[in-house]
Design a protein around this ligand. Structure first.
Ligand SMILES: *[C@@H]1O[C@H](CO)[C@@H](O)[C@H](O)[C@H]1NC(C)=O
Ligand SMILES: *[C@@H]1O[C@H](CO)[C@@H](O)[C@H](O)[C@H]1NC(C)=O
Ligand SMILES: *[C@@H]1O[C@H](CO)[C@@H](O)[C@H](O)[C@H]1NC(C)=O
Ligand SMILES: *[C@@H]1O[C@H](CO)[C@@H](O)[C@H](O)[C@H]1NC(C)=O
Ligand SMILES: *[C@@H]1O[C@H](CO)[C@@H](O)[C@H](O)[C@H]1NC(C)=O
Ligand SMILES: *[C@@H]1O[C@H](CO)[C@@H](O)[C@H](O)[C@H]1NC(C)=O
Ligand SMILES: *[C@@H]1O[C@H](CO)[C@@H](O)[C@H](O)[C@H]1NC(C)=O
Ligand SMILES: *[C@@H]1O[C@H](CO)[C@@H](O)[C@H](O)[C@H]1NC(C)=O
Ligand SMILES: [Zn+2]
Length: 909
């Protein structure tokens, strides 16, 4: 996602240079074996939050060296106290120490040379303040709701490179070592680490302080080590059905205990499900789940001590959306899938981050389907991931999911939604390509073979190949690692062009990178190994996803006789279930045949739902780039009134909304009229909002109705607005709307309603301390069409001295930008306050704001002035180029394609 700078990664593929010297890596001369870590934590009020400790590291010298280089950052180290002793007890002198701030190295020069194979014990004392920014060893706090007393607590967030701010260590994922953690703290607190406490004893001098030693931890990457000192309440889970009867406890502040039920119960079920799926026992004896008031991410998979942001852990059905619950369940399943992917089998280096995030995301989807079959999650999640992927990657800035990363900053940036989603789609591709049996055989072999080791992507592909060979699942000329490298070592995706010979029953195929912009010479030559599976209309079977042929790389035009000859009046379709991530263009006659089937009431369901969504997605993208006409694309939408499933609706409405956001004036009115007509039959299926809850418990239906309601109100269907206005009149009434629809009704009534309603909601926002409520209200207030009202709210948020209040600014702004009413003024507000935002918000948040604000803006833009205005604001400057690039793409479309689009729409209104 942080594209641009890294575009050159595709060159790596071309030249085959995969190992680049990385000056930020530790010299590969010392191998840590064991850490003995002792840490005393002080939580004595806001100005006394600190820790001190010492680490003893047993290591082996791999190559003679005259220095010991490891990671340390922001730690105070008294180097006169460091000791280094050899196996035989002899001490070696440290003659000099130095800090390399840029590389975050702490270097100890020794007298003479440490000889190869010798073992040493290095002892380093250190101390530091507990971090304020939720990284490393950090503090957090909560207020007791009765006594209003503030309680402080401490916990770790080491991933990816913050372990070094908590203790000196060899902080690279492949340097696994065993750990023994001993925590010191006041008796009033509880101490947790990856393993259970073995025994406690009184502190030698501090009264009421204890030292508690934890059992040793299996060889682990440093980023997975975790500990915490806190006084939270604990909630036990029912016993888990795992081989070692893993014991689960969850920890949280007392006031949210009642709302922890879902995650407390769900977590052990996911662990045992995954254990059975992977056929490899979870090796630890306990798991603690820690719900932290603040957390840098949503959750972290530390071995045996999973941490969550509290708001991602607790759930209240009467207060929060069903989709929020599903997202929490997904997070839980994701973290537990990591216990195998990442924890048991580690990464060799962060370039292959997708190798733990991809499988964890994908197996979480499978877990949801297995444990919550009524939710129908995986199909919806995969459908959304596909839509997002195809959209993001056609902008000319896609990066490879496996790419070189160097310093800490680029390691952190690697954790982008892009890597998760494409990583997951890549795992899914392997699954559907190889079939259930081979895929799981390979996964189980991989876990067994590399348990407690570390891997690169070629190990995964190698194990897949071996399983495929064993079962004859791939044709012998196919080298899986070559195939998969073409998907993971370059960004973007191909368009496969299919031209049929209707007489012979053959097809002519070629591929090219699909982009919305012109391609460079290199880009025109890029290619993929593309699995080809054709479905033929007669007896169409979308379950058979294993490849019949391959489109090879380097590219060449290919003529292919199909396995079974299609009749000239039946369609053929590539890529059943969109098993691989490419687009397809057919000759027009084949498109027409497909559209006929969609339009015939008995047969539209013959086409798999993921393909129904993808066909529209592809055709709209082909029309955008003038490779097909908008007339053809829109004629496919004629079948929608009969479409019962959420996914195709969701995909097409998102796409059309994106088009609509670019339009102004008359074009915009025509578009709105079209959308009203398109959405009406979908809306007509929905019950009245107040009766919907009583009838509807089904998660897929709730999602479908939410889509229908939000789009109907967005395009101002009378009935939707009427319902909203009549409900919105009285605060009490809107509070009684079922939670899954309340935000939509509330937004519409704010948008079309009276002044007082805004004010009373604003009062409630200011008066409340419940995070989920405040978020919902902030979003609804952002629907206002009265900018002076909105501005007052935005200013209030930015001026607040409270850390959390400011975060709602982004929520409000995103909501306002989605509507055209006050988008311009809102955009101005953002740019005028860019400096404050740059300090306060993450690079990712700023990127998304900037892409919308600049990307969709039509008005004359003084680029020079804008650059001037944003000068020195690193996060804005970094993403400005990408935003201007998208703006160019959109302006081109407006100039060249919007007229055709509108002309095609006009036929339907
Ligand atoms: C420390 O030793 C390693 C391996 O011998 C060497 O590559 C590195 O340059 C040394 N570092 C310093 C600062 O001397
Ligand atoms: C660690 O960082 C904090 C905040 O950036 C700073 O105040 C403190 O002096 C630093 N400590 C050390 C030892 O570098
Ligand atoms: C967090 O604070 C630590 C020092 O306490 C600092 O080293 C680190 O760079 C900060 N990280 C971020 C993301 O601000
Ligand atoms: C707790 O209360 C104190 C004092 O009233 C306040 O300053 C602080 O922001 C509150 N903290 C939280 C996490 O609500
Ligand atoms: C520990 O708990 C006791 C009893 O609840 C209380 O009186 C005391 O102030 C607490 N001490 C600390 C340091 O939290
Ligand atoms: C959920 O929220 C409602 C309304 O705030 C509250 O009355 C209820 O007690 C909460 N449920 C739980 C389990 O805490
Ligand atoms: C395809 O698989 C689905 C789900 O496993 C099953 O319900 C369906 O009957 C299968 N269809 C065919 C044609 O085999
Ligand atoms: C704010 O909340 C308090 C306590 O919940 C309530 O008594 C008061 O009426 C509320 N004020 C407004 C303006 O809603
Ligand atoms: Zn993850």
């Amino acid at each position: 996602m942080q594209a641009f700078l890294y575009y050159f990664t595709s060159l790596l593929l071309a030249t085959g240079v995969l190992c680049i010297y990385n000056p930020y890596r530790l010299p590969n001369v010392i191998r840590p074996k064991h850490y003995d870590l002792r840490i005393l934590t002080h939580l004595n009020g806001r100005d006394q939050l600190h820790f001190e400790g010492r680490v003893k590291i047993d290591f082996q010298v791999q190559q003679p060296t005259n220095n010991i280089t490891l990671h340390a950052k922001n730690l105070t180290i008294d180097d006169s106290q460091i000791t280094l002793s050899a196996h035989n007890g002899l001490k070696t002198n440290i003659i000099k120490t130095e800090l390399n701030k840029e590389k975050e190295f702490y270097i100890m020069h020794v007298a003479g040379e440490l000889p190869e194979s010798e073992q040493y014990e290095l002892m380093i004392p250190f101390k530091a303040q507990l971090s304020e920014n939720d990284t490393g060893y950090y503090w957090s706090s909560y207020n007791d709701s009765f006594t209003e007393k503030t309680h402080y607590l401490a916990a770790t967030q080491f991933s990816p490179t913050f372990g070094r701010t908590a203790f000196p260590c060899f902080d690279e994922p492949h340097l696994r070592a065993t750990f023994r953690v001993t925590l010191g703290y006041h008796r009033n607190y509880t101490g947790l680490s990856n393993t259970p406490v073995r025994n406690c004893e009184a502190h030698e001098t501090l009264e009421n302080y204890i030292w508690c030693e934890h059992e040793p931890l299996l060889p682990t990457s440093t980023y997975l080590v975790a500990y915490s000192v806190h006084n939270l309440s604990s909630v036990p889970s029912p016993p888990s059905d795992t081989i070692h009867n893993v014991r689960f406890r969850s920890w949280m502040q007392p006031k949210v205990v009642g709302e922890s039920e879902f995650c407390v119960n769900f977590a052990p079920k996911t662990l045992s499900y995954l254990e059975q799926l992977f056929e490899y026992p979870f090796p630890l004896s306990k798991v603690d789940q820690l719900a932290m008031p603040t957390h840098k991410f949503s959750a972290m998979e530390n071995w045996g001590l999973t941490t969550f942001k509290q708001s991602h852990f607790v759930h209240n059905d009467t207060e929060e959306l069903q989709q929020a619950k599903e997202s929490k369940a997904q997070t839980v399943a994701h973290e537990y899938a990591h216990q195998w992917f990442g924890n048991l089998v580690a990464l060799n280096w962060w370039n292959d981050l997708w190798l733990k995030e991809g499988p964890s995301t994908y197996f979480a989807y499978l877990t949801l389907d297995a444990l919550m079959p009524d939710w129908g999650s995986s199909q919806r999640l995969i459908g959304n991931d596909l839509a997002k992927f195809f959209q993001d990657d056609m902008i000319n800035n896609s990066i490879a999911i496996s790419r070189q990363v160097q310093d800490s900053k680029s390691v952190l940036e690697q954790f982008s939604p892009y890597v998760y989603k494409k990583g997951s789609l890549t795992m899914r591709m392997l699954h559907l390509l190889l079939g259930d049996e081979v895929f799981f055989l390979a996964i189980r072999n991989y876990l067994k073979r590399h348990a407690y080791g570390s891997v690169t992507q070629s190990e995964l592909f190698g194990d897949m190949q071996q399983a495929a060979d064993l079962k004859d699942a791939l044709s012998p000329d196919i080298q899986l690692s070559t195939v998969m490298d073409s998907w993971t070592l370059q960004g973007g995706y191909p368009l496969v062009h299919v031209v049929r010979d209707y007489e012979r029953g053959s097809v002519q195929l070629n591929q090219s990178l699909f982009l919305l912009t012109n391609k460079s010479k290199e880009q025109s030559e890029s290619c993929w190994w593309i699995p080809l599976t054709f479905v033929i209309q007669q007896n169409a079977n979308f379950n058979e996803t294993q490849p019949q042929f391959w489109l090879k790389c380097p590219r060449a035009q290919q003529t292919q006789q199909l396995l079974k000859k299609p009749k000239s009046d039946e369609w053929i379709m590539l890529n059943p279930q969109v098993n691989s991530i490419y687009r397809v263009n057919y000759d027009e006659r084949n498109w027409q045949l497909i559209i006929q089937t969609l339009n015939s009431s008995e047969h539209s369901n013959d086409i798999h739902v993921l393909n129904r969504a993808q066909l529209m997605d592809d055709l709209m993208a082909l029309a955008w780039t003038n490779q097909q006409s908008y007339d053809l694309a829109l004629s496919m939408l004629e079948y929608l009134p009969r479409e019962q499933e959420l996914l195709p609706w969701n995909t097409i409405l998102n796409l059309l909304n994106n088009h609509g956001e670019l339009l102004r004036g008359d074009q915009s009115s025509i578009f709105r009229a079209f959308m009203q007509k398109l959405v009406s039959p979908l809306y007509a299926r929905c019950p009245k909002v107040n009766s919907v809850a009583a009838r509807t418990k089904s998660s897929p239906l709730i999602a479908l109705y939410r889509l229908a309601y939000s789009q109907a109100c967005r395009y101002q269907l009378d009935d939707c607005i009427d319902q909203a206005l009549s409900l919105g009149q009285f605060t009490e009434q809107i509070e009684e709307v079922p939670i899954n629809f309340r935000d939509i009704m509330s937004c519409a009534s704010i948008e079309h309603g009276i002044q007082e309603q805004f004010q009373s909601m604003l009062q409630r926002f200011k008066n409340s301390t419940i995070e989920s409520r405040k978020t919902a209200w902030a979003k609804e207030l952002g629907c206002s069409r009265n900018f002076s009202q909105l501005q007052e709210f935005l200013d209030y948020l930015l001026q607040s001295t409270d850390k959390t209040t400011k975060t709602y600014y982004i929520v409000v702004v995103n909501s306002a930008l989605q509507r055209q009413n006050v988008a311009l003024q809102t955009a101005d507000h953002v740019l005028q306050h860019a400096k404050i935002l740059n300090d306060k918000f993450s690079s990712r948040e700023i990127k998304s704001l900037l892409l919308t604000i600049i990307g969709n803006s039509h008005s004359q833009l003084d680029e020079l002035k804008l650059r001037q205005q944003l000068k020195g604001l690193d996060k804005f400057e970094k993403h400005l180029g990408a935003a201007l690039h998208i703006r160019n793409i959109n302006l081109n479309w407006l100039a060249q394609r919007s007229v055709n689009f509108i002309a095609a729409l006009s036929k339907y209104i």
